[in-house]
Structure formats: C-alpha cells, structure tokens
Design a protein around this ligand. Structure first.
Ligand code: NAD
Ligand code: UDP
Length: 324
C-alpha cells in the first residue's frame, strides 16, 4: 500500500505551517493548506502553488469544513501576543470551535490529528525547567488568557476525543520557535529585534530584559512534529518541543546586534501583563519517545533568520494588527 497520505495543514500559510507544507509536499504527500490569512500572506506558499500535490484553500476553521484526509496538523491560531490579543474572542473561538471542527473532521475521516499546543499552557511557571506533568500557573482572566486558556481547552478537547472515541491524536507543546518567514511585524521578540536592528531603530526591551526564553529553530521544530505525527508507539503526548538552551532577552538582543554588525541601541518599555519570567522545556519525553533533540543552536539559527530578513522588502508586508 502507498505510504503517501492526504494531509490537511490548518494555518498552513503561516510561519510554521508553510514550512510544514513544504516538507510534506517534498515527501510526495497530497497536501491541503487551509488558512484565513489573518497573520500570514500568500507569499509564504506561492512557490508551492502549481505543484499538483499542493492545494490552497482560504477558509476560517471556526466554520465547519468537509474534506477527505488521512492526517490533520492543526496549526491555525494567531501565535504572537499582539496578534492573539487583537481580537481575543476570535482567538478563543479559533482554539475552541476550530478544534471541535477539526476533531469532527478527523473523526468522520478516521484521520490522525495533531494539535499545535504551546508552552503558554504553563503560564508564568513556578517550576523550572517545565515538564509535561506540570499543570501550569496561568492567569485565567488576564490579557493572555484568550490564547493560554484557549490552548488548554483545546488540549482537553483532544484528550476527550481520544478517551471517548479512541481517536488517534497527538499533542505537541511548542516553545518559542523562530526562523525565516516569521512575520516582520508580528511583534515577537526575535522578529522584532532583527527588524529593528536592520532598520537602525532602537531595540525595544520589555521590563529589565532579565526574563528568559529558550529559542528553537524552525527546522528542528518541523522535524519533531512530523516525528510525533508518525510515531507508531502510541505516544500521544503532550510532549514539549523546544530548544532547552535558555537565554535572557538582553542576551538575545546582544547576539542579534553582534551578528548584524550594528551598534546596540535600545529603549526600555514596560513589561506586558502576565509576561512569563522564565521558560525552558524539559525535553526528556521527546528524546525518549521521538529520539529527537534540537540540532541548530541559537547563533546559527539567528544567522539564517537574519539573512532571510535581509532578503525581504518590509514594505511588502502588511502589519496584521496595529503595531504596539
Ligand atoms: P502564524 O501566526 O505565522 O501562523 C498561524 C496561521 O494560522 C496564520 O497563517 C493565520 O493566518 C492562520 N489562522 C489564524 N486563525 C485562523 C483561523 N481561524 N482559521 C484559519 N487560519 C487561521 O504563527 P506560527 O508561529 O506559525 O504558529 C503556528 C501554530 O503553532 C499556532 O497554533 C501557534 O499557537 C503554535 N505555536 C507556535 C509557537 C512559535 O513560537 N512559533 C509557539 C507555540 C505554539
Ligand atoms: N519582548 C521584548 N521586546 C520586544 C518583544 C518581546 O523585550 O520587542 C520580550 C517579551 O516581553 C517576552 C519575550 O520577549 O518576555 C518573548 O516575547 P514574545 O512576544 O516573542 O513571546 P512570548 O514568549 O512572550 O509569547
């Protein structure tokens, strides 16, 4: 029997989704990319259009969708704080109604379905590094709740479909991932610092810059989620996917300016409400079950990302939401 599959990628025109589509098409699969283009643009997948194994559908996953597929990667959801807080009700709907629609589609087709969850399910964590067994410290009524609680509820839905309907599900908790095709105006720290540096603007440091994040390069991430989807050992997750090497935001700023050869200019801005102080994945489960660990360290990944940012014309990108 052919190993080639019909695969739906929701959010497939986004930063991670477009790379995932590219990889799956290159493996010969029949890929359907569904996106409402809220935080992305067609240029991310234009090179795939015309390939007989690739199909692009403009659709919002909060509405039902009828397709025949073997696998679903559910990535549709605004991911940058400025984007998901722009219309928080819509963000919550995307995680809830969107997951219900995609789980329903998977159930009807008997498809395997993977949820792109997030380290945000741990909130502002009290334990460090974060293991999957940690239940998190999320503010359920703050400005990040639309995303954090939406993703937590989506995990609950996936687990309930698994328990109730014995569906093959997978859950990955993605930690900060960066790389080419991040939206230059998404306000996320890596894209912001690179764009600001290349445009000779001061870097915006929120708070005192001592808060930490662990940055994973997109190729490592894509490899991990494909391994998670394909694992045959019934490991459904949730599994942390990220690079466990932790940096302060100040260290990230210094590395970006050093690689670009610019001079460090920065301005301090207030720390956003509920901004997590530290974040580092414990990736023991991913190592044991997926035989996976990241290979690309921050400097190398930043060099590739900076080169891509140098190659694009910022004027060709429309900020999806007002800049903040
Ligand atoms: P992104 O914003 O580039 O991609 C999200 C895509 O989903 C965009 O193309 C957007 O237009 C689309 N989308 C949003 N709402 C939709 C809807 N209702 N219907 C259809 N399409 C919709 O962000 P990304 O970084 O590529 O993130 C992809 C997924 O991974 C998201 O679910 C995000 O929560 C998750 N994730 C990413 C990171 C990261 O660091 N990149 C970390 C944790 C989790
Ligand atoms: N941050 C910053 N300056 C920026 C953008 C972000 O100092 O221009 C900080 C932000 O406060 C947070 C970290 O960088 O502590 C990561 O922010 P990002 O929005 O990339 O993702 P998060 O991990 O908070 O979802």
């Amino acid at each position: 029997m052919s190993k080639l599959k019909r695969i739906l990628v929701t959010g497939g025109a986004g930063f991670l989704g477009s790379h995932l589509c590219e990889r799956l098409v290159s493996e010969g699969h029949d890929v359907i990319c569904v996106d409402n283009f809220f935080t992305s643009q067609k240029s991310n997948v234009v090179h795939l259009i015309g390939n007989p194994n690739f199909e692009l559908i403009r659709h919002d996953i909060t509405l039902p969708l009828f397709l025949e597929v073997d696998e679903i990667y559910n990535l549709a959801c605004p991911a940058a704080p400025g984007h998901y807080q722009y219309n928080p009700v819509k963000t919550m709907k995307t995680s809830l109604a969107g997951s219900i629609n995609m789980l329903g589609l998977a159930k009807r087709c008997r498809a395997k379905i993977l949820q792109a969850s997030t380290s945000e399910v741990y909130g502002d964590p009290e334990i460090h590094p974060q293991k999957e067994s940690y239940r998190g410290y999320v503010n359920p009524i703050g400005p990040r709740a639309c995303y954090d609680e939406g993703k937590r509820a989506a995990e609950a839905l996936f687990m309930d479909y698994w328990r109730m309907h014995k569906m093959p599900i997978r859950i990955v908790r993605i930690f900060n991932t960066y790389g080419p095709r991040m939206h230059p105006y998404d306000g996320r720290v890596v894209s912001n610092f690179i764009r600001q540096t290349l445009c000779k603007e001061p870097i915006t440091i929120f708070g005192n810059g001592d808060q930490t994040r662990s940055f994973c390069y997109r190729d490592d991430l894509i490899e991990a989620i494909i391994r998670m989807m394909n694992n045959t050992n019934d490991f459904i997750g949730p599994v942390n996917i990220g690079n466990p090497v932790e940096f302060t935001i100040n260290e990230l700023a210094e590395m970006v300016v050093e690689i670009t050869g610019e001079k460090l200019k920065f301005i301090k801005k207030p720390l956003p409400t509920d901004d997590p102080k530290q974040r580092q994945p414990d990736i023991t489960l991913a190592k044991e079950n997926l035989n996976w660990e990241p290979k690309i360290m921050l400097r190398e990944g930043l060099e590739k990302t900076i080169n891509w940012f140098k190659s694009i014309d910022f004027e060709q990108f429309r900020p999806p939401t007002p800049l903040y």
